[in-house]
Write a protein that binds this ligand. Structure first.
Ligand SMILES: NC(=O)c1ccc[n+]([C@@H]2O[C@H](COP(=O)([O-])OP(=O)(O)OC[C@H]3O[C@@H](n4cnc5c(N)ncnc54)[C@H](O)[C@@H]3O)[C@@H](O)[C@H]2O)c1
Ligand SMILES: O=C(O)C(=O)C[C@@H](O)[C@H](O)[C@H](O)COP(=O)(O)O
Ligand SMILES: [Zn+2]
Length: 360
């Protein structure tokens, strides 16, 4: 087993990474100091992994209150959040009752937001089961729901007490979801870890074939990158914004196309292509660099062309981005492949040109 630490003073927490962790009562028990725990999951994940987690918790003397939500990005809403609150109140959960999110990023983001809000904060544990949630969303404490006008618009920073990353859950993950998770893995290489990008270029086929050791390495290195960034800038006043590469365009795609039409990772891949093209227009990347970015996403089976929403619509959606400051767009761009920057230097006509060049 590999263990990383997210260093945030008294709110520091471990990320355990290995196969078979769902059965490890010894790892869960120290963080579940209560007679009951809530497990928030969804209709797809529950039949696969809820019973196993329940058995493990029961072994540790903890009884489980399951909350099973409808599955999908389109349910990352106020209405679904309220279903969690209804269940917590219905079961007389206390402030000290731990809430465990078992599932992908949608469950983690909503479970975490519910944990942050219920009685102003209950202990929260992440048990991610998609590649995307293993490498990104379970770490760092961003929790949120969507609004019809923008992604993750209502939320809170709320750190988990533990991340239990059981790689074996990837055995049942659909192919398209595995590929979507790779978008965030590739992101770490592009923004701050060029050696990891080179490793990914050599090992992508092994990851797609779900080679266990390669997956563990990719999850570990991704989480190590994220943990370092989050420890340095928990609330995104600087460096953390770099984790948003491709997201200003990507979130516009997700909102503009209707939540769920494009997977988050797919939208991030296409959004990163626009950001790369814009970086080229600014003279920072060469055409060969952009081709290198295109090639890795394309080999991962991710979209490298964005949907043609029209430049005006992209810009309208992008104005809701959380990095907007004094009404000005700030975008994560690439100074070079492996080094991202947050910048407001791009003019609107250049942004529009990059969108047009990268859209269908
Ligand atoms: N908080 C953060 O830092 C952060 C980071 C990245 C993404 N996100 C958010 O995460 C969400 C995307 O997460 P995601 O890609 O995990 O999508 P998801 O949560 O929708 O899960 C993808 C699909 O896989 C299913 N699934 C989950 N685990 C499975 C398993 N082991 N076997 C079979 N099926 C399984 C789910 O039911 C769902 O249908 C987006 O809402 C995005 O905004 C948040
Ligand atoms: O953890 C972060 O910080 C990220 O930006 C990670 C992103 O991959 C993730 O999609 C995040 O939810 C986006 O955050 P937002 O603040 O743009 O909603
Ligand atoms: Zn993301």
């Amino acid at each position: 087993m590999h263990t990383l630490q997210v260093s945030l003073g008294e709110r520091s927490y471990p990320i355990h990474i290995a196969s078979g962790l769902l059965d490890r009562a010894d790892l869960l028990a120290p963080h579940v100091k209560a007679a009951q725990a809530v497990v928030v999951t969804n209709e797809t994940v529950a039949p696969l992994y809820l019973q196993r987690l329940k058995n493990t918790l029961e072994k540790a003397g903890v009884s489980v209150i399951p909350v099973i939500l409808p599955d999908g990005e389109r349910f990352k809403t106020w209405e679904t959040l309220n279903l969690i609150f209804d269940a917590l109140l219905g079961a007389h959960c206390e402030r000290s009752t731990p809430l465990i999110a078992l599932g992908g990023g949608v469950i983690g983001d909503m479970g975490g937001f519910a944990a942050a809000c219920y009685q102003r904060g209950m202990p929260f544990i992440q048990v991610p089961t998609t590649l995307l949630s293993l490498v990104d969303s379970s770490v760092g404490g961003k929790t949120a729901i969507n609004h019809p006008l923008g992604k993750n618009m209502i939320g809170a920073f709320y750190q988990p007490r533990l991340v239990l990353a059981d790689i074996a859950t990837l055995d049942t993950l659909p192919e398209r979801e595995l590929r979507a998770g790779l978008a965030e893995v590739i992101k770490y290489g592009l923004i701050r870890d060029p050696a990891f990008l080179v490793w990914l270029e050599s090992n992508l086929e092994k990851l797609l074939a779900r080679d266990r050791e390669s997956l563990i390495y990719a999850v570990h290195r991704s989480c190590a990158n994220k943990a370092e960034v989050v420890a340095a800038d928990e609330r995104e006043s600087g460096e953390r914004a770099l984790l948003n590469l491709g997201h200003t365009f990507g979130h516009a795609i997700e909102t503009g196309m209707g939540y769920g039409a494009w997977l988050h990772g797919e939208a991030v891949a296409a959004g990163t292509m626009i950001a790369s093209e814009l970086s080229r227009l600014l003279g920072w990347l060469t055409a060969d660099d952009v081709e290198r970015v295109r090639r890795i996403f394309s080999r991962a089976g991710l979209p490298v062309v964005a949907p043609g929403l029209g430049v005006a619509r992209y810009l309208e959606l992008m104005r809701h981005d959380k990095k907007v400051q004094d009404g000005r767009l700030r975008l994560v761009l690439l100074r070079s492949v492996g080094q991202a920057v947050l910048s407001d230097v791009a003019r609107e006509d250049q942004i529009g040109e990059a969108i047009e060049l990268m859209c269908t």
